[in-house]
Ligand binder design. Structure first.
Ligand code: KG4
Ligand code: ZN
Length: 324
C-alpha cells in the first residue's frame, strides 16, 4: 500500500517540508488500516514495528518515527529505527506484489540512485562499506532540476526520462563526468552544462516551451538535448561499474532507488550484465521510489540477525552516515 503526496507538492515545483509533515500525519491512519485489512491482520498480530530514523526531512521523520516508537512500546513489540539507505539497498530482493521477498545473499554490491544519493556500496552481512559517493548532486536531483528549468511539474525525473526517449543523444552529446582514478560520481557539472545548453537553444530562437498537447511535447533540439543529458548521466554510472568490475569482478549487483526506474539505466545495466554474466537484481519498479515495504523488509532482515532498537531512545536524524 503506497500513499502518495506528490500532488500536494506539485504546485510548488518541489517538496515543501511543512506540507510533507502534515500529509504524513493525515495519511497514516487510513494507510495503516487499509494495509492491515489487505494483509488480513490485526495490530496485535504484527511481529515488529519499523520506522525510518533518517536521513530525510526532520518533520516527516518525526511523524513516522514517533508513531512507530509509540506503537511498538504500546504493543510490546520489537522496534527498528531503519536507515533510509538500508531500505533501498535490500529492496531489489523484494518481489512484485503479493509474493514474499527473495533471500538476500550475504554479500553483494549495491548501487543506490535516488534524489539524495548516488552510492556504490559493498554489503557483507551487517557490514556495509562505501566504495563511491556523489561528490555533489545526486542523479535524481539533476533530473529534477533540468526538468524544472524546462517548466515541468514535480517530480520532474520520470518525465525527463520519458521525454529523453523521444530524442537522439548523438545529436547533442554532453561530456561524461570524470573523477580520475576515483569511483566517485559527480553530477553538478552535467547539470550546469545542460542549463547552459538550454539557454543557448533559447538564444538561437528554439522554442523551449513544454506543450504536452503537441505530438512532440518539446521542439526536437530540446528532446535531443534531454537525450544527451540522460546518456551522459547514465554512462557515468556504467563507466564506474566497468572500472570496478575490472579491478574486482562483481558477482551480484543490486540496483535500487527512485532513479533506478530510469529506462536507459535499466536497459544498459541489463545489457552489460548479460555480456559479463553479472547477476543483476534491478529493483521492481513498484519498489524503486520511496516506500514503506522496503523499510519493513530491511527491519525483518535486522530482526533475523538479532538486532533491534530501543523505542525509548531512538532519535530521528536528518543526516546519518550509513556505510563505513
Ligand atoms: O528514492 P526516491 O523516491 O527518493 C529519495 O530517496 O530521494 O527517489 C526520488 C528521485 C527523484 O529525484 C526522482 O525525480 C528520481 O528519483 N526519479 C528518476 C526517475 N524516476 C524517479 N530519475 C530519473 N529517471 C527516472 N525514470
Ligand atoms: Zn529514497
Amino acid at each position: 500500500m503506497v500513499s502518495s503526496q506528490l500532488a500536494a507538492h506539485r504546485p510548488y515545483g518541489g517538496v515543501v517540508p511543512e506540507i510533507a509533515s502534515r500529509e504524513h500525519l493525515s495519511n497514516w491512519p487510513l494507510v495503516s488500516r487499509q494495509t492491515l485489512e489487505k494483509a488480513g491482520l490485526t495490530l496485535q498480530q504484527v511481529d515488529a514495528v519499523a520506522a525510518t530514523r533518517g536521513p530525510g526531512l526532520m518533520g516527516s521523520l518525526l511523524v513516522g518515527l514517533s508513531l512507530g516508537k509509540s506503537m511498538a512500546y504500546a504493543l510490546g513489540k520489537p522496534f527498528h529505527g531503519v536507515h533510509h539507505l538500508e531500505g533501498h539497498v535490500f529492496s531489489p530482493f523484494l518481489n512484485s506484489e503479493d509474493e514474499s521477498a527473495r533471500e538476500a545473499p550475504e554479500s553483494f554490491l549495491a548501487l543506490v540512485v535516488s534524489g539524495g544519493h548516488t552510492s556504490l556500496l559493498s554489503v557483507a552481512g551487517a557490514q556495509v562499506t562505501s566504495l563511491a559517493e556523489t561528490r555533489d548532486d545526486a542523479m535524481g536531483e539533476v533530473f529534477d532540476k533540468v526538468g524544472k528549468r524546462l517548466g515541468l511539474a514535480y517530480p520532474q525525473g520520470p518525465l525527463v526520462d520519458e521525454l529523453a526517449e523521444l530524442g537522439d543523444p548523438t545529436r547533442h552529446p554532453l561530456p561524461v563526468a570524470s573523477t580520475k582514478e576515483s569511483l566517485d560520481f559527480s553530477y553538478s557539472g552535467l547539470k550546469t552544462q545542460t542549463m547552459v545548453e538550454i539557454e543557448a537553444l533559447e538564444r538561437a530562437g528554439v522554442d523551449v516551451a513544454y506543450d504536452p498537447e503537441r505530438e512532440l511535447p518539446f521542439a526536437s533540439p530540446v528532446l535531443d538535448l534531454l537525450a544527451g543529458f540522460r546518456f551522459a548521466a547514465v554512462e557515468q554510472i556504467l563507466r564506474r561499474l566497468r572500472r570496478l568490475h575490472r579491478r574486482q569482478p562483481i558477482g551480484l549487483l543490486a540496483v535500487s532507488g527512485g532513479a533506478a526506474a530510469n529506462r536507459l539505466l535499466r536497459r544498459k545495466l541489463s545489457g552489460w550484465a548479460q555480456e559479463t554474466g553479472i547477476d543483476l537484481r534491478l529493483v521492481p519498479l513498484s519498489y524503486a521510489g520511496d516506500n514503506a515495504a522496503m523499510i519493513a523488509h530491511a527491519a525483518l532482515l535486522r530482526q533475523r540477525r538479532g538486532v533491534t532498537d530501543d523505542p525509548m531512545s531512538t532519535e530521528a536524524e536528518s543526516r546519518i552516515p550509513f556505510a563505513g
